[in-house]
Write a protein of this length. Structure first.
Length: 173
């Protein structure tokens, strides 16, 4: 890219959340647990602010970048909901949409480190733990200036869609 020999555009994204088979910490530990009537689990801290991107938005953004000649040769932070929630707030919003009081378990760093000894999935998760120890805020101002017409899915809209897909009320099973 630096030499300009091939057309390249780079799209950087924070953690994903979304429908279907979205493989992310948030989906596996929070959304999928709520949908199956289990207690969600929050990794490391529930008071740090998160930036998450709705997977269908990520797809649409990459298509927009790939079809914009002036996007090439640059790195772009993909746009996300500007309402940077903590996991505590994210879980509360999810439960509000299901009509229930929020409830979750906090998974401490050392618990995850120990569980990673025997679980390959947890071992992969451990690599991402530093992101959960402090605010993880993603700035997509550059993208929003270039593509002002792009509509970002809010957390409320995304979670509403996810819980509408599962059942009338995922917690009433």
């Amino acid at each position: 890219m630096a030499r300009g020999e091939i057309p390249v555009v780079i799209g950087r994204a924070p953690e994903f959340y979304g429908p279907d088979k979205t493989q992310s910490i948030t989906n596996r530990l929070i959304i999928d647990k709520i949908k199956s009537g289990q207690t969600p689990r929050v990794p490391v801290r529930d008071d740090t602010r998160r930036t998450l991107i709705w997977t269908p938005d990520a797809s649409r953004v990459l298509a927009a970048l790939g079809n914009a000649a002036d996007a090439f040769g640059k790195t772009w932070h993909l746009p996300c909901d500007d309402d940077r929630l903590t996991y505590r707030q994210f879980v509360a919003l999810a439960f509000e949409l299901c009509g229930h009081e929020p409830s979750y378990r906090l998974l401490g760093k050392w618990t995850l480190m120990a569980a990673g000894i025997i679980s390959r999935q947890v071992r992969e998760l451990r690599e991402l733990l530093p992101r959960n120890e402090r605010d993880n805020l993603f700035d997509s101002t550059k993208f929003k200036r270039r593509f002002p017409e792009f509509k970002v899915t809010t957390y409320r809209q995304g979670l509403s869609q996810l819980f509408a897909e599962s059942s009338p009320n995922p917690l009433e099973r």
